[in-house]
Design a protein around this ligand. Structure first.
Ligand SMILES: Cc1cc2nc3c(=O)[nH]c(=O)nc-3n(C[C@H](O)[C@H](O)[C@H](O)COP(=O)(O)OP(=O)(O)OC[C@H]3O[C@@H](n4cnc5c(N)ncnc54)[C@H](O)[C@@H]3O)c2cc1C
Length: 417
């Protein structure tokens, strides 16, 4: 006998699942979240860079120039790290990513994603206000620094490319950069300040505050195994540590693990993992950072966080479940130390997160094509922290038949056949 019956069970308690649950709850649905950890933000939503990237327009695409491809393939470009032992397994996904990365597609994807991204920040502000988490947000924006003349040219070209989208981007020469972040070394020749994005000093705490709001409003977060999902009569059941849970509808918000539930149901979504690490450091003397700083030519970010200066790495291309490796962090740390006076490492080992990526770098926010009452909300790639709350709104509007605040077609599941 089922332990409990709810209207909707949300599978996954990362930022995407928690946000969907809150939006469904706000529309009168009785909702439970099931996560194998029994807690919120235990995976990727815990350890990211913490930028609510309201300024994002163009997605991270696979390189198309031969020189860049060769550098990446030979692990000569520190912005990415390839684990060769995994190459054969991940090659089909990389090939699809490469195909989706044509210049024409890049523009198409930017226009498709922009309305979702542009609406992301007000959604966070509303949830932060309701959950009393406003102190975790800060408004100084973030800075992309460049080191070389080539980097400066790329930064100027980017600023120009963003102009039609109304993104505020201020070019900083060396004195202007030093005035904003005085502890950056001369390795940073200048930068671009994106003033509009909000950042958080603790993404894990932010998602936990949202989850606490869900609980305060009567929602339950249960420890359970999403792979136990079964269709039962008009609805679904899931096994939890407290017994079986029955629900009329189910939402798959399992990040990079969404395929574990969807493959047995016959879906073959090309979901890959762009893995990334973080490490916290002290700062020497009185050195401090006010906001996240992306070292664009080397491909890592330094962010002032509650637990120290967090270095987050770019993409490691490996199998989802490969064990963590120190290689990418070890490669990037010397560049970071040359940019900012980092002191001791504060974590015993690098933290590993997995960005859930579909080849076109757009999420799926949609009904499952062949199962009534099953909904999909995953694949938020480099922008899941940013997009969780607005994706939750769009999904909840679809599920409750409300007027949609955005065009959902770019996020349909049907685009993968
Ligand atoms: C280094 C790094 C930096 C990043 N920086 C940013 C940034 O600055 N801004 C931004 O917007 N995004 C950023 N991202 C991306 C962002 O973190 C992710 O897109 C986002 O966290 C994905 O959220 P999610 O809820 O989909 O998945 P997750 O947070 O991974 O949550 C999935 C949940 O599913 C649960 N689960 C898995 N399998 C099962 C199962 N079988 N049964 C039950 N539960 C299960 C897990 O326990 C987990 O809680 C970054 C990512 C990385 C790795």
């Amino acid at each position: 006998m089922p332990l409990a019956k709810v209207d909707v069970v949300v599978l996954g308690a990362g930022i995407v699942g928690v946000s969907a649950a809150l939006h469904l709850q706000a529309r009168g649905r009785a909702v439970a979240i099931v996560d194998r950890s029994g807690a919120a933000a235990s995976e990727t939503s815990y350890g990211n860079t913490g930028i609510i990237q309201a300024e994002a327009v163009y997605p991270y695409m696979f390189p198309r120039k031969l020189g860049e491809i060769a550098a990446a393939a030979l692990n000569r470009d520190p912005r990415a790290q390839i684990r060769y032992a995994a190459l054969l397994s991940i090659a089909p996904w990389i090939w699809r990513y490469f195909l989706a990365s044509s210049p024409r597609n890049r523009t198409k994807i930017a226009h498709a994603a922009r309305p979702l991204i542009a609406a992301a920040l007000p959604e966070h502000r509303a949830l932060a206000a309701a959950s009393g988490a406003e102190a975790l947000l800060r408004d100084e924006g973030w800075i992309k620094v460049y080191r070389s003349e080539r980097g400066r040219q790329a930064a100027l070209a980017e600023v120009e490319e963003l102009q039609p989208f109304g993104v505020a981007a201020h070019v900083l020469d060396r004195p202007a950069l030093a005035a904003m972040e005085p502890h950056l070394s001369e390795a940073a020749a200048g930068g671009v300040h994106f003033a509009d994005p909000t950042t958080t000093s603790d993404p894990g705490a932010l998602v936990n505050a949202y989850a606490a709001l869900f609980a305060k409003r009567g929602g339950r977060l249960l420890a359970g195994e999403a792979r136990s999902l079964q269709s039962a009569g008009e609805g679904w059941t899931v096994a939890t540590k407290d017994g079986a849970l029955a629900a009329r509808e189910a939402v798959v918000a399992l990040g990079v693990w969404s395929s574990d539930v969807l493959s047995p149901l016959g879906y073959r979504f090309p979901l890959g993992a762009k893995r990334g690490y973080h490490m916290h450091y002290g700062a020497k003397g009185n050195a401090a950072l006010t906001r996240p700083v992306l070292d664009a030519e080397k491909g890592y970010v330094l962010t002032p966080m509650a637990s120290g200066i967090r270095l987050t790495t770019g993409a490691e291309f490996a199998r989802r479940d490969d064990p963590p490796s120190n290689a990418h962090l070890d490669r990037l740390e010397p560049f970071a130390r040359a940019l900012f006076p980092l002191a001791e490492r504060r974590d015993d080992a690098p933290w590993l997160g997995r960005r859930p990526c579909l080849p076109d770098m757009l999420p799926i926010i949609a009904p499952a094509p062949r199962h009534k009452g099953l909904w999909l909300d995953f694949g938020h790639h480099h922008l899941g922290l940013t997009l969780g709350p607005i994706s939750g709104r769009l999904l909840a509007e679809m599920m409750t038949g409300e007027k949609l605040s955005l065009d959902p077609r770019p996020f349909s599941a049907a685009r993968f056949g």
